[in-house]
Design a protein around this ligand. Structure first.
Ligand code: ADP
Ligand code: MG
Length: 224
């Protein structure tokens, strides 16, 4: 589904991605761990086409949805406006627009935030913004969902909700790559975790094959 082959990317002379190769099968959930600055966001952004590699290749066989760190909701649009913005772009067909609104309502309902539909992001809590951001990324019906630090800034209870939400998305067969520095969160959600360090993959583990995946991964975490 996703194939990264010898990916290299430099920023100002620093190798942020240094020969990264990884394949992800359909419906797999891959956790991207690593200390701050290890290149997690850069890899996700390259997969989404927001950034280009210096060399190497990327293959993403399917439609991708991207959930940004800190949500990046449009503050001047209502929750509904945020959700239908992309699907309605260049789409003047009234029926189609109505269908998009209906689907937005349905998605918000599934995530428990339908009542916030006509509110602006500024009036939502962190957990609610999180749900709206997830709903927005699901509006494109992605085959692949890329999530950048989906739990940053959330309390423990809300993080547990995010785990439940993302698991329910995973159960629909969506392939996911989730970047997070939170190993507890990542091990709850991922089938497999790779840990980036100095632009390279320092560890690659199948979570179920480890009795203590967090402890195992922590050994490779120096500097955080
Ligand atoms: P992570 O998400 O793991 O914290 P990032 O991928 O955001 O790491 O960043 C990796 C490194 O690349 C950092 O040192 C960061 O400062 C640098 N970097 C990321 N994006 C840019 C950019 N657009 N311009 C310059 N440097 C960047
Ligand atoms: Mg990041």
């Amino acid at each position: 589904m996703i194939k990264v082959n010898n990916a290299n990317k430099c920023f100002g002379g620093v190798k942020v991605l240094d020969g990264i190769s990884v394949s992800v099968e359909k419906s797999d959930v891959l956790g991207l761990a690593g200390p701050s600055g290890s290149g997690k966001s850069t890899l996700l952004r390259c997969l989404q086409g927001l950034e280009t590699l210096d060399s190497g290749s990327l293959e993403c066989n399917g439609k991708t949805g991207f959930m940004f760190q800190d949500f990046q909701l449009f503050p001047h649009m209502t929750v509904l406006g945020n959700l239908v913005y992309a699907p309605n772009l260049n789409n003047k067909d009234v029926d189609c627009r109505r269908k998009n609104e209906e689907r937005a309502r349905e998605t918000l309902k599934n995530l428990g935030v339908e009542s916030k539909m006509h509110e602006y992001p500024g009036s939502l809590s962190g957990g609610q913004k999180q749900r709206v951001a997830l709903a927005r990324s699901l509006m494109v019906n992605p085959d692949i969902l890329l999530c950048d630090e989906p739990t940053s800034g959330l309390d423990v209870a809300t993080t547990t909700d995010v785990v439940t939400l993302l698991k329910s998305v995973g159960e629909t067969g969506v392939t996911m790559i989730i970047a997070s520095h939170d190993l507890d969160f990542l091990t709850q959600i991922s089938d497999r975790i790779i840990l980036l360090k100095d632009g390279k993959i320092a560890v690659d583990v199948r979570v179920r094959e480890q009795s203590d995946p967090v402890g195992y991964l922590k050994k490779y975490y120096v500097g955080e």
